[in-house]
Design a protein around this ligand. Structure first.
Ligand code: HEC
Ligand code: HEC
Length: 232
């Protein structure tokens, strides 16, 4: 987390002070891609494996390729207008289920911001017209799904959370799965807080949840997380 923040500060620094944009190293990124290779093919003739092929990823609507059986969550993200750019790729590769509800990509995530940035440069190089695709970082800051460590450190009050939760239960009943409404009980608080802030920052595209999260203060989200963690 700290490394990530540092990279960004440097990115802004470069942009503002020298006019250079920050950029990953695609050759290094090809090595990082080894972490993806067991499930994803890329390059000439690449086809779907466990995961979809990753050619021409930039600008591609999430979950949109023919002949691949995506999760409902990834398809819903695409239907809500999410397409792959540097900021969404960064979030997904760092922590897949923080960005996409119930994604079927079973991958723990790449913690190193440098590795992710190099990997994104490699994926960009394997897209059509890479020179037309903006570099990652500085512009991405306003929609960043990363959560400030101080926000993650807030201890929520589960009783207040219970009071706030009545609004949530109009949709999030335990049997809502068929309507695309996931269960939200029993989550670790940290992951819950990250996900709520991903809606708040609009990195997660669902408009209903974006509106709900926008009306919640950091303390409200912490309280809800504390309450729902204890429910079964
Ligand atoms: C264990 C297998 C596995 C690994 C490892 C894995 N993925 Fe995936 N990936 C998947 C699956 C399965 C999906 C489909 C997810 C869904 O439908 O929710 C997916 C989806 C994706 C998508 C969305 C593509 C689209 O068409 O919308 C991207 C981007 C992606 N993976 C990138 C990566 C990168 C980059 C890595 C390496 C850092 C990686 N994945 C590692 C299995 C994997
Ligand atoms: C009007 C219906 C509605 C209400 C009210 C609602 N939600 Fe949601 N919620 C949804 C839908 C639909 C999704 C799936 C969105 C998506 O695809 O990203 C969702 C997703 C979520 C997720 C992500 C689950 C996952 O598996 O990734 C969390 C967490 C969540 N809601 C929390 C809440 C909380 C907390 C409240 C109350 C403050 C609330 N929701 C109120 C409809 C609702």
């Amino acid at each position: 987390m700290q490394g990530r923040v540092l990279t960004k500060i440097l990115g802004c620094f470069w942009l503002v002070c020298s006019g250079l944009s920050y950029s990953g190293n695609a050759e290094q990124g090809a090595k990082v891609f080894q972490a993806c290779q067991s499930c994803h093919a890329i390059g000439a003739g690449a086809d779907h494996l466990v995961g979809p092929h990753l050619n021409n990823l930039f600008g591609r609507v999430a979950g949109s390729l023919d002949n691949f059986n995506y999760s409902a969550g990834l398809r819903a993200a695409g239907a809500n207008g999410m397409s792959w750019d540097a900021e969404h790729l960064d979030a997904y590769i760092e922590n897949p289920i923080a960005l996409v509800r119930e994604t079927s990509m079973r991958f723990a995530g790449l913690a190193s911001a440098e590795d992710r940035n190099n990997l994104i440069a490699f994926l960009r190089a394997n897209s059509v017209g890479p020179s037309d695709i903006p570099e990652s970082l500085p512009t991405s800051i306003p929609r960043d799904p990363d959560v400030d460590p101080q926000i993650l450190a807030i201890t929520g009050d589960p009783e207040y959370g219970e009071y706030l939760a009545s609004e949530c239960m109009t949709c999030h009943q335990s049997d809502g799965a068929d309507r695309g409404i996931p269960s939200i009980v029993g989550w670790p608080t940290k992951q819950f807080v990250i996900v709520m802030h991903a809606y708040k920052s609009t990195a997660r595209p669902n408009p209903v949840m974006q509106m709900i999260a926008a009306n919640l203060a950091d303390e409200d989200i912490a309280a809800l997380a504390a309450y729902f963690e204890k429910q079964q």
